[in-house]
Ligand binder design. Structure first.
Ligand code: GDP
Length: 200
């Protein structure tokens, strides 16, 4: 894929945001990526954007939790939300992050879709349900992206897809189609890229 134009223009880092006041002007379509820490979010964003080092791999617990903005060409943003579910994260950090996340999801008018990443080996866990409920309440359409598909056999793959499909029925904000991906093998990356590129 080297040299191919993946989006309408180059992919660039815009800024890290720690408060609503820091958000760039809402002047273009944006999508966000959420998921438990270690779900493979950085790897997938790097695969999607065709870059090796755009999204930093696994943020350290307790580090300042930033919302990272990337420009996909000139007409859309990709927003990398901090990974959730760190067992060791300080309570104050978690609380601050949750407050910012709520404000962001409820107040960002140009946010078109949230991609919630779920590890194919684990399926939806309790901590994921919290964010799905928040997305329902914020009326932000979300789409589940299963990660690390290369790590499971066919039976696990089918079982996880069935578990997720069953769980989505309870979520009014869920987009029904699940995207299965492997950053390692490239599976689903083009599909996801096409979804992002065509959202209006
Ligand atoms: P993040 O914390 O969600 O940003 O997760 P990372 O992208 O840092 O990935 C966490 C770990 O999973 C790393 O060791 C990655 O190499 C690995 N990983 C991520 N995506 C895949 C994948 O598609 N297949 C395999 N086999 N490993 C992956």
């Amino acid at each position: 894929e080297k040299g191919r134009l993946l989006f309408a223009g180059p992919v660039t880092f815009v800024k890290g945001v720690v408060a609503m006041a820091g958000l760039p002007p809402p002047d273009r379509v944006e999508v966000c990526f959420a998921g438990r820490s270690n779900v493979g979010k950085s790897s997938l964003i790097n695969a999607l954007t065709g870059r090796k080092t755009l999204a930093r791999a696994s943020n350290t617990p307790g580090r300042t939790q930033e919302i990272n903005y990337f420009a996909l060409g000139e007409d859309r943003y990709l927003v990398d939300l901090p990974g959730y579910g760190y067992a060791e994260a300080p309570v104050a950090v978690v609380a601050k992050w949750q407050a910012l996340l709520k404000q962001y999801l409820a107040g960002r008018v140009t946010l078109r879709r949230a991609f919630v990443l779920i590890d194919m080996r684990h399926g939806i866990k309790a901590v994921d349900h919290e964010i799905l409920k928040l997305l329902d309440r914020s009326a932000v359409t979300f789409q589940v992206v299963l990660t690390k598909a290369d790590k499971v056999n066919k039976a696990t793959r089918e079982a996880t897809i069935a578990q997720v499909q069953g769980a989505l029925a309870a979520h009014p904000a869920a987009y029904p189609e699940i995207v299965v991906t492997s950053s390692e093998k490239g599976e689903g990356v083009e599909t996801l890229r096409a979804i992002i590129a065509t959202l209006e």
